[in-house]
Design a protein around this ligand. Structure first.
Ligand code: HEM
Ligand code: HEM
Length: 221
């Protein structure tokens, strides 16, 4: 059991994660098509004039109008820091890179262990903040279902168990088994749950035209 979870199941989870994301990407392009016309008609674009540094700054700041930054600054900061740590912690973790090196002969740069530990704690605090919002903020609770709690749990579980394992709290063998299982669960569910926003965030904002687009979208459903 332990050998399977630690061995083949890791490869299976990584394969499902990568192939699942590729599949969802292909589905996106199959289900959308190139826009044939744009309404209202686009104004004729004149050659853009060179902007001064000051005009650039003003434009950058005004592009934040109407975004989450304007409505909830704390949430904007928490979610940004949460996401940076969530991605950086497992990728640049010494423990992971040693395993990666042993099994596939490749490894990334690793943070000092203390630093990774702090990033892990930051993810846990961010997760607690999201949980608190869903439990105690009436307007967030009103649109939360059990699905949202399960997804949040799937995202945070590898950090909780990784943290416990690193500090050797609880019975190590059980905790590390739970850690690996929760990491695999996260990888497998990313392409097929709303955690897929890891991919869809970029597809929607760069390809579909809407009020949240970063560019003028060229595709439509
Ligand atoms: C899928 C296979 C995985 C394996 C085999 C694995 C294995 C390990 C091992 C051996 C450790 C070190 C524990 C120690 O020092 O005793 C660890 C720590 C950790 N893992 Fe994983 N892991 C996996 C997936 C993940 C995933 C998907 C995430 C998060 C997205 C994750 C996040 C962490 C974190 C944050 C720590 C360190 C916590 C700390 O230092 O405070 N792991 N993992
Ligand atoms: C890589 C690019 C990613 C981008 C651009 C991104 C973007 C976002 C955005 C815009 C939100 C909504 C704002 C908010 O409620 O905080 C969000 C929420 C969230 N994301 Fe991501 N995300 C990414 C990757 C991930 C990954 C890999 C995971 C975990 C596997 C993840 C887990 C979450 C969670 C748990 C929430 C909010 C939970 C809640 O409201 O209960 N994200 N993300």
């Amino acid at each position: 059991m332990f050998n399977f979870v630690q061995g083949q199941l890791v490869s299976i989870a990584v394969m499902i994660f990568i192939l699942g994301l590729i599949y969802q990407g292909i589905q996106f392009f199959k289900l959308t098509k190139k826009k044939e016309w744009v309404f209202p008609p686009l104004p004729v674009q004149n050659k853009p004039e060179k902007k001064t540094a000051e005009q650039w700054m003003t434009q950058c700041l005004s592009s934040l109008n109407g975004t989450l930054w304007e409505t909830d600054r704390v949430l904007t900061i928490v979610t940004s820091v949460f996401h940076i740590c969530l991605i950086a912690a497992p990728l640049f973790l010494l423990g992971h890179n040693i395993l990666l090196d042993q099994s596939w002969g490749l490894s990334l740069f690793s943070f000092p262990e203390f630093f990774s530990d702090v990033l892990t704690l930051v993810v846990l605090i961010g997760g607690a903040y999201f949980l608190g919002r869903r439990l105690f903020l009436a307007r967030v609770r009103a649109i939360s279902s059990i699905y949202d709690f399960i997804v949040l749990f799937i995202a945070v579980a590898p950090f909780l168990t990784g943290f416990l394992a690193y500090h050797q709290w609880g019975e190590y063998k059980t905790i590390i088994l739970l850690h690996i299982l929760s990491g695999e669960l996260m990888l497998i569910t990313i392409p097929f749950t709303k955690l897929g926003h890891m991919l869809f965030f970029f597809l929607y904002r760069f390809f579909i035209g809407n009020e949240y687009s970063f560019v003028r979208g060229s595709r439509t459903w």
